[in-house]
Design a protein around this ligand. Structure first.
Ligand code: GLN
Length: 327
């Protein structure tokens, strides 16, 4: 079925979700990274990026927070671009783990593959593959440039967050060295871990995250800058990865109940993609036990339900300027 959603309808749904959940109190800031524990839990924002580059926003959409695991999507795209989908399948994988994002068990169970670039083990492996292998400075430049292009503007490093994560990332260090023992890390482990920690510590706004989502929804063309950031044939690859593991052990429940592939980060951000239609982002620091922002998930779920949208519906969705009167 053809579905036309007007900008007014979208705006109304965003505002309604914002009003409905602005007083939501459940969840708790991530505590295992000390910097994140101290972020104001009241912060809340929603942003939708439309194919013409317009951004519909509500709340604290220009507040800069730690991108955390949403950065995994960007680096997955970078290595998909550089190596091709088959090599990524071979060297990392594209499977769901059904386990927490930082699971060592997942790696022990699937030692022939780090599973997917969208959990910690696969993300550290993906960072290790970023070119030029062996050159930390240029690798970092490429990682940052790629995220900036996806978001349409620059993401600065939050130094304090980077320091905070660097002194508390022992679990990830264990993962990096375990990858080494399985020959599934493709550059120096400590350097790969450091670059991974750095990319997680980039500061992003909810509007920038919406543009990132909009670039995926636009099959690789950034709706704001109009630049092609990745080839369109990688769209189904990255969206399938997001759909498979974006909410970690809660991914099936999320996809079943909302119908939108989305990727979360423990900083409180969520990026959601309705391919061909729009990119959506929401942010609020308190997270649930799986590490997914409580308010942000409620807001995105509400908007999808309110507009009757679902990636599995078979509908073709277009965004219209305003309602046309049929006669
Ligand atoms: N930097 C965080 C970590 O590695 C990212 C986790 C997340 O956002 N789910 O633990």
């Amino acid at each position: 079925m053809e579905r036309r959603i007007t900008k007014e309808e979208l705006r109304a749904a965003v505002n309604e979700a914002y009003e409905r959940f602005r007083n939501e109190k459940s969840g708790r800031n991530a505590h295992y990274i000390p910097y994140l524990a101290h972020i104001d839990s009241e912060l809340f924002a929603i942003a939708v990026c439309l194919p013409d580059g317009e951004i519909i926003e509500a709340g604290d959409s220009s507040y800069r927070f730690g991108i955390e695991s949403v950065s995994k999507v960007a680096t997955a795209l970078l290595v998909l671009k550089d190596y091709g989908a088959n090599t990524i399948m071979d060297m990392i994988g594209a499977d769901a783990t059904g386990l927490p994002f930082n699971s060592i068990m997942a790696l022990l169970l699937e030692k022939d593959h780090p599973s997917t670039p969208l959990v910690n083990a696969g993300a550290i492996a993906a960072v290790s593959m970023v070119r030029p292998v062996g050159d930390e400075r240029l690798k970092w430049e490429n990682i940052q440039h790629n995220i900036d292009e996806l978001c349409g503007s620059h993401l600065p490093l939050i130094d304090e967050l980077y320091k905070s994560e660097s002194v508390s990332n022992h679990n990830n260090r264990a993962i990096a060295w375990l990858l080494k023992s399985y020959n599934r890390i493709y550059d120096e482990p400590e350097m790969s871990l450091d670059l991974y920690t750095r990319q997680c510590s980039l500061g992003v706004t909810t509007s920038q995250l919406a543009v990132f989502a909009g670039t995926i929804a636009g099959s690789g063309v950034n709706p704001v800058t109009k630049r092609e950031v990745f080839p369109r044939q990688l769209t189904n690859k990255i969206v399938s990865m997001i759909a498979t593991v974006g909410f970690y052990e809660k991914t099936g429940d999320w996809l079943f109940s909302t119908g939108i592939p989305a990727k979360t980060g423990v900083g409180g951000g969520i990026l959601g993609v309705l391919p061909g239609a729009f990119g959506i982002a929401a942010f609020s620091p308190p997270i649930d036990a799986a590490g997914n922002s409580v308010r942000a998930q409620k807001a995105i779920a509400h908007i999808m339900k309110r507009l009757g949208l679902n990636v599995f519906s078979g509908d073709r969705v277009t965004i219209a300027e305003k309602q046309t009167v049929e006669c």
